[in-house]
Design a protein around this ligand. Structure first.
Ligand SMILES: NC(=O)c1ccc[n+]([C@@H]2O[C@H](COP(=O)([O-])OP(=O)(O)OC[C@H]3O[C@@H](n4cnc5c(N)ncnc54)[C@H](OP(=O)(O)O)[C@@H]3O)[C@@H](O)[C@H]2O)c1
Length: 326
């Protein structure tokens, strides 16, 4: 089968279309024909083997290959059609249109992927395309996970830092469904998009230091690894909650101290990517409460351009790679 592969860690140009063995599903697995996969920041980080948070490097390099990539096919989040199922599969069947996550197996940049039925793979929302559906799991699952942890009450105030990215854009929409007042922080070019997603206030981080705004929030969620820890915790109202999506080691230590010795809580829990959460997102999309924001769809042989756009942040929304000839 065809797949976007890479044989050396490096810039987007290391990606090319190649032939790899078609996976064979085990008894508890689904063989899925992939139609579309999101090109994510994490894919770019794994391709370069360079991470915004430095502690990830030694851990992941052991897993992905020390001198060169052992897992040659990237792609964590996808939409596609079930081709065949193993003998013990009960929930899904051939022909079902699905979307979901590959977890650490990756491989969604290939025409077929074989994954356990227990993974977060559920029927795709009926009212969106495969390309749009592929743009949901990363942003939607992480945003839902962190916004649920926030236990926000209607009327509460939320600051979302890095709001224009995959996770942040869903966080704005989900926070709005919870009845909150949302302040979104990102660069100039993304301000209009942030408002169109429902942000009540927008702050341009390239022109204004958000920590000097003098405002206070019930919840602050940040996607940005270099976020000022004390600055953000200092902006929380009494009992407020700081949610760190991309934590440095120092953030982890400090969040323990904040939660233990102050009236505020700092949390860096990783999203579990549960099927029931993806079903919740499907229902919210079908009800018109949230929607994926797609910037551009690239064919497989332009995967390098797709990664370039993600890495250089020349995008207003998600970048998706169309897999196969469809
Ligand atoms: N905790 C978890 O379970 C988990 C799960 C998945 C991903 N992650 C990690 O979370 C990170 C964010 O994910 P994502 O996919 O949403 O990233 P993303 O799409 O790159 O979004 C990040 C956004 O932050 C903006 N930004 C950059 N610097 C900023 C600053 N100083 N202040 C405010 N905004 C700033 C970026 O815009 P510009 O760069 O254009 O300014 C971009 O719009 C990734 O590194 C990913 O690896 C964590």
């Amino acid at each position: 089968m065809k797949a976007v592969v890479f044989d050396a860690y490096g810039p987007p140009e290391v990606l090319h279309v190649g032939e790899v063995a078609k996976p064979a599903p085990k008894n508890d697995e689904l063989l899925i024909r992939v139609h579309a996969a999101e090109a994510t920041k994490a894919d770019c980080e794994f391709r370069r083997s360079r991470f915004a948070v430095k502690w990830l490097w030694p851990t992941t390099r052991l897993f992905t290959g020390i001198t060169k990539p052992r897992l040659r096919v990237l792609g964590w989040y996808f939409a596609g059609t079930i081709e065949s199922v193993g003998s013990s599969v009960t929930r899904l069947q051939p022909g079902d249109e699905v979307f979901g996550c590959t977890k650490l197996r990756m491989g969604a940049y290939g025409e077929f992927v074989s994954l356990p039925e227990s993974y977060s793979i559920v029927p795709k929302p009926a009212n969106i395309s495969f390309e749009e559906a592929a743009a949901v799991p990363l942003g939607g699952l992480n945003a839902l996970h962190f916004m649920t942890l926030a236990s926000i009450k209607p009327g509460g105030s939320v600051l979302i830092n890095g709001a224009g990215g995959s996770i942040g854009s869903f966080a704005i929409m989900i926070a709005k469904t919870m009845g909150t007042e949302v302040t979104a922080v990102d660069r100039t070019e993304k301000q209009e998009m942030l408002r169109s997603l429902g942000a009540d206030h927008v702050i341009d981080y390239t022109r204004e230091d958000v920590t000097k705004s003098g405002k206070r929030f019930d919840v602050i969620m940040t996607m940005v690894a270099q976020s000022p820890y004390s600055g953000f915790v200092g902006m929380l109202k009494p009992g407020g909650r700081y949610l760190i999506v991309n934590p440095r080691l120092s953030d982890m230590v400090r969040s323990f101290i904040t939660s233990r010795f102050s009236d505020k809580t700092a949390t860096f829990a990783f999203a579990g990517e549960k099927p029931e959460e993806l079903l919740q997102l499907k229902e919210m999309i079908e009800a018109g409460k949230i929607r994926p924001v797609l910037d551009r769809v690239f064919p497989m042989d332009q995967a390098a351009e797709a990664h370039h756009m993600v890495e250089t942040e020349q995008r207003l929304g998600t970048i998706v790679i169309r897999i196969g000839d469809a």
